[in-house]
Design a protein around this ligand. Structure first.
Ligand code: NAP
Ligand code: HSE
Length: 439
């Protein structure tokens, strides 16, 4: 049977999981593919480090270049993370005519366009199923399964760490920092966890999905990003009373230009949003991810599974290894193109122009006339209020005032809240969380 010799660069949560999964299901894959996968070398930072997944010391090296240069190795797995050395690893592998499997969404976000072009130039391939949504095969879905659709909407819970934190804050009243520490212990969080909680990891993934869905490489600088650090127990509780759950969403929405048929821009953003409890994404909890994709032919489709952690990610990598092994077996280097830019004039909609509904929490002095001043500012900005909740308070004390706001642009809302925040009766910066209805 034909054999593919694999060089792994990195053997932490992901690389270790891949090594372990090949030991476990390599024979099954060989019987399905007619190709045997063999791990030939593993590059790590420290060969003496104690590892949860035991790897024969004979396979370990600290010299990743020697793995790439080894003529017996015909496929590289990049699982080291980061964007600088990892970029060199991938480019050097391509130069040697070797395809690469990666789980590195930060790398793709920063250098994807360059790497896909290089893969094509060198007649190699770049496989990246594990870069988005852990074990959910969403890259295959967009690249192959829904190839005949125009994607009009994509809503994703794509960061396992944030969903784990928000779920436990809601369901157990747990403390943010404690739950983040658990997510790190469980191998969900990035080496630099601010990538998770500040929304950047979700933005890397949302950008990859947007690029695939719309055929132009989305510049990460054009993605509007808000993380979950400002989400408080108070907002989680009020949202619950209103029938909503707060989720960090990656949103890719086609917005047609008024009066210009066929002309459109794409909203690509990441922010915490109020999701109706009755919507399926409202009940995706823990480390699970889910992605709703709407195609113009198929309608709504939904994908659900573990979004982070060793085994879920290893499963996605195995699928890429299978594709790569078949490509090598058949001598076709890019049977499945990694990314095909096809939309020349693709444009990202600036966040100011994005229209949505809002939850606003104000801290106000509970005295007559306060609400009138606030509604006057919103009214002058042509922003409509759909409901107001003011829990019973005491005259003269600061109390929360919750406003649910009808559709308005982000720019209008920011301006109006700026004015509201300056009112003498408003005692803290207004909290604004968008509300998503999945229309
Ligand atoms: P990790 O546990 O920190 O593992 C990183 C590995 O890379 C370690 O084995 C480390 O060696 C090795 N390494 C780092 N720099 C190296 C160098 N210069 N030369 C050789 N080896 C080097 O990270 P991870 O969680 O597995 O994540 C790896 C990648 O997968 C990242 O891009 C991440 O975003 C992505 N990802 C992670 C998950 C997840 O659930 N964790 C899911 C999907 C994608 P030592 O072991 O000696 O330190
Ligand atoms: N840190 C990432 C997450 C890993 O929590 O989703 C999976 O990409």
């Amino acid at each position: 049977m034909q054999q593919v010799n694999l060089g792994l660069i990195g053997s932490g949560t992901v690389g270790g999981g891949v090594y372990q999964a090949i030991q476990r299901n390599g024979a099954l894959m060989a019987s399905r593919l007619g190709v045997q996968l063999r791990v030939a070398k593993v590059a790590v930072r420290d060969v003496r480090k104690a590892r949860a997944v035991k790897i024969s010391p004979a396979l370990l090296t600290t010299d990743w270049q020697s793995v790439i240069d080894d003529p017996s190795i015909n496929l590289i797995g990049e699982f080291m993370g980061g964007t600088t050395t990892a970029r060199t690893v991938v480019l050097n592998a391509f130069k040697q005519g070797k395809s690469v499997v990666t789980a590195n969404k930060a790398l793709l976000s920063a250098h994807g366009e360059e790497l896909f072009a290089a893969a094509q130039r060198y007649g190699t391939n770049l496989y990246y199923e594990a870069s988005v949504a852990g074990g959910i095969p969403i890259i295959k879905v967009l690249r192959e399964g829904l190839i005949g659709n125009r994607i009009t909407r994509l809503y994703g819970i794509v960061n396992g760490t944030c969903n784990y934190i928000l779920s436990r804050m809601k369901l157990e009243g747990a403390d943010f920092a404690e739950v983040l520490a658990d997510a790190q212990r469980l191998g969900y969080a990035e080496a630099e966890p601010s990538l998770d909680i500040d929304g950047f990891d979700a933005a890397h993934k949302t950008g990859i999905l947007a690029s695939l869905a719309h055929g132009f490489w989305v510049n990460p600088k054009q993605i509007y990003v808000e993380g979950i650090c400002a989400i408080t127990q108070q907002d989680i509780q009020f949202a619950g009373q209103l029938g909503y759950t707060i989720k960090l969403l990656g949103i890719v929405k086609r917005v047609d230009a008024a009066g210009k048929p066929g002309s459109y821009a794409v909203q690509v953003s990441v922010y915490p949003a109020l999701v109706p409890n009755t919507h399926v994404l409202g009940s995706v909890n823990g480390v699970f991810n889910a992605i709703l994709v709407r195609g113009d032919v198929v309608g709504d489709t939904l994908y659900y599974g573990r979004g982070a952690g060793q085994d879920a990610t290893a499963s996605a990598v195995l699928s890429d290894l299978a594709d790569a092994a078949l490509d090598l077996k058949c001598g076709i280097k890019s049977r499945v193109c990694p990314f095909v830019p096809h939309e020349r004039d693709g444009a990202v909609l600036p966040i100011g122009a994005v229209v949505s509904r809002y939850y606003v929490r104000l801290s106000v002095i509970d005295k007559p006339g306060t609400l009138a001043k606030i509604t006057a500012i919103l009214g002058a900005a042509k922003i409509g209020i759909s409901s107001v909740i003011q829990p019973e308070g005491h005259e003269g004390k600061s109390v929360p005032l919750i406003l649910m706001i009808h559709d308005a642009t982000n720019a209008n809302m920011e301006k109006a809240l700026g004015k509201i925040g300056k009112l003498a009766a408003v005692k803290a910066a207004p909290v604004m969380i968008r509300v998503e209805n999945f229309e």
